[in-house]
Design a protein around this ligand. Structure first.
Ligand code: JCE
Length: 241
């Protein structure tokens, strides 16, 4: 099953990068097809205007609804279809999580609506909710200048989970933020040379003793999680279960 990804933006060139790297390979073997669109193609004035001043006053500019509506009509269609997932990256969106990426990895179609300026006229989101499955998502508690970088990050998180995309699916199981690691942070990784600039690989990892190695790795995951992400630990006991 091919996943179709569409990107609506006034900077569609952001998405040229999707033609290379891992994603390029997925596109080549037909797992994923990528279409980037310039929102200004759905404007009709000489200046190809996509923004206007905010009703009610305030700083900055707001993206007009009209170009979005016309782009939706052409790119997605005019009939409701809950199988189409429409993503609006937004600083006021719900935190994007690995489980959201997991869910989206089985979608047939995802349309990313990348806002700029202070954001998009809210009626665009309301209209989209009446037609498709809408996700307003935030990447984290920091402000970007637009939705494009968030769309790229979400794309990578989703596409790498599409069945048949990753070379060795086992590597997906062991990752942080996935059930395989009990929601703990990943332990430190090492490879050859065993000694590098006076720094050595922990001896236990060279012992060949799989039980000790597994224990060392879990202890490290617990230590790192408690140090860096106390929010991921179970507050009742203070240590991840
Ligand atoms: N996690 C995130 C997501 C975003 C994001 C997503 C889309 C847009 C469209 C415009 N802006 C700029 C902007 C600046 C100030 C207040 C509102 N928006 C965006 C920012 N920032 N951080």
């Amino acid at each position: 099953m091919t996943m179709r990804l569409d990107y609506l933006s006034i900077f569609p060139a952001y998405f040229d990068v999707l033609d290379i790297s891992l994603l390029g390979k997925a596109a080549v073997n037909g797992l994923v097809e990528v279409h980037a669109h310039d929102l200004r193609d759905w404007t009709h004035d000489r200046h190809r205007t996509v923004d206007d001043t905010p009703c009610g006053g305030g700083a900055g500019m707001v993206m007009k609804p009209d170009p979005w509506g016309e782009a939706f009509d052409e790119i997605i269609g005019t009939e409701p279809d809950s199988s189409v997932h429409v993503i609006f990256p937004s600083p006021s969106g719900a935190p994007f999580t690995q489980s959201a990426a997991q869910e989206l990895s089985s979608a047939v179609r995802i349309v990313f609506c990348c806002g700029r300026y202070e954001g998009i006229d809210h009626r665009v989101i309301d209209y989209a909710r009446s037609m498709w499955t809408v996700h307003e998502v935030s990447l984290g508690d920091y402000v970007l200048n637009g939705g494009e970088v968030a769309a790229l990050a979400i794309t990578e998180a989703v596409v790498r989970l599409v069945p048949g995309f990753m070379g060795n699916p086992e590597s997906l199981a062991e990752e942080s933020f996935s059930a395989g690691q009990d929601g703990l942070l990943e332990y430190p990784l090492f490879t050859r040379p065993v000694s590098w600039r006076g720094l050595d690989v922990p001896e236990v990892l060279m012992s060949g003793h799989h039980g000790r190695i597994a224990k060392w790795r879990r202890d490290e995951s617990v230590r790192l999680t408690c140090e860096r992400r106390p929010d991921l630990t179970d507050s009742d006991f203070g240590v991840p279960h």
